[in-house]
Design a protein around this ligand. Structure first.
Ligand code: PLP
Length: 243
């Protein structure tokens, strides 16, 4: 497909992108926020490279993935198809330490840093690649016991991870990231995340990014002050069982 694409899937993606920006625009208007303060990260996980290229052709510059193998292959393929595409790759999945060197070679912002061993591994990878890698502290927003398979540190543990990122030569601390609790109160959760960001900014004034909000709850994230929204299904459609 790698020529210029303007097929029915491209049109479908264009309409869904427009509709998503309309939602963002309304949410911003309600808060007197400027929509240009929002980065829309389109989450392409499980979708083919062709869809990522279509999105780049539609003017999207921020793409999100949650598995290293898929992300690394897609980043390479998109770069080959659109060398001048100016794409930033966002790593938004739970990250195993042994994948950190790979992720540090292509990711532009890692949203999910939640433990010291990962800080060390990403730092090593970034320095090996001769890069300075932007990182967010993932804060777990679940209430009560953390369900199995959910990432993130408790809010009270966030400053220690933030300090470790800030102290790492190959990394740059940029802010916080959170996922609303399953079936829980996204509005309250994102307000807690905003509090964590304010707390961290006392020691790290540049850590001003907040990644929150997905297809279902992006309005709450905009209201709480998110700078980055991670939207997949509202743009690309419903994912299969492995998504
Ligand atoms: C998949 C995923 C998203 C996108 O979710 P949608 O509901 O499809 O918009 C956002 N954030 C994370 C961490 C994800 O894994």
């Amino acid at each position: 497909m790698m020529g210029s694409m303007s097929d029915s899937r491209t049109e479908e993606l264009r309409r869904a992108l427009d509709a998503t920006w309309e939602r963002i625009g309304s949410a911003c208007a309600a808060q007197e926020r400027d929509p240009s303060s929002i980065t829309l990260v389109v989450v392409t996980k499980t979708w083919p490279t062709d869809d990522a290229v279509r999105l780049v052709d539609l003017g999207v510059h921020d793409l999100g993935e949650n598995r290293d193998q898929e992300a690394s292959a897609k980043a390479t393929a998109v770069r080959q198809a659109r060398p001048s595409g100016d794409v930033r790759w966002h790593f938004i999945g739970q990250l195993q330490t042994n994948k950190a060197v790979s992720v540090a070679s292509y990711a532009d912002l890692v949203h999910t840093v939640d433990r010291g061993s990962l800080v060390a591994a990403l730092d090593k990878g970034a320095r090996k690649a001769g890069r300075r890698l932007d990182c967010l502290v993932e804060v777990n927003l679940d209430v009560g016991e953390i369900p199995a398979g959910r990432g993130g540190v408790r809010p009270e543990e966030a400053p220690a991870i933030a300090d470790a990122i800030a102290a790492a030569e190959g990394l740059r601390l940029r802010g916080v990231m959170g996922v609303a609790p399953l079936g829980g109160d996204a509005e309250a959760a994102f307000a807690r995340l905003a509090d964590v960001r304010e707390h961290l900014r006392r020691d790290h004034p540049d850590a001003d990014l907040m990644s929150a909000g997905m297809s279902e709850d992006l309005e709450y994230a905009v209201a709480a002050g998110a700078t980055h929204l991670r939207v997949g299904s509202a743009i690309l459609g419903t994912r299969g069982p492995l998504g």
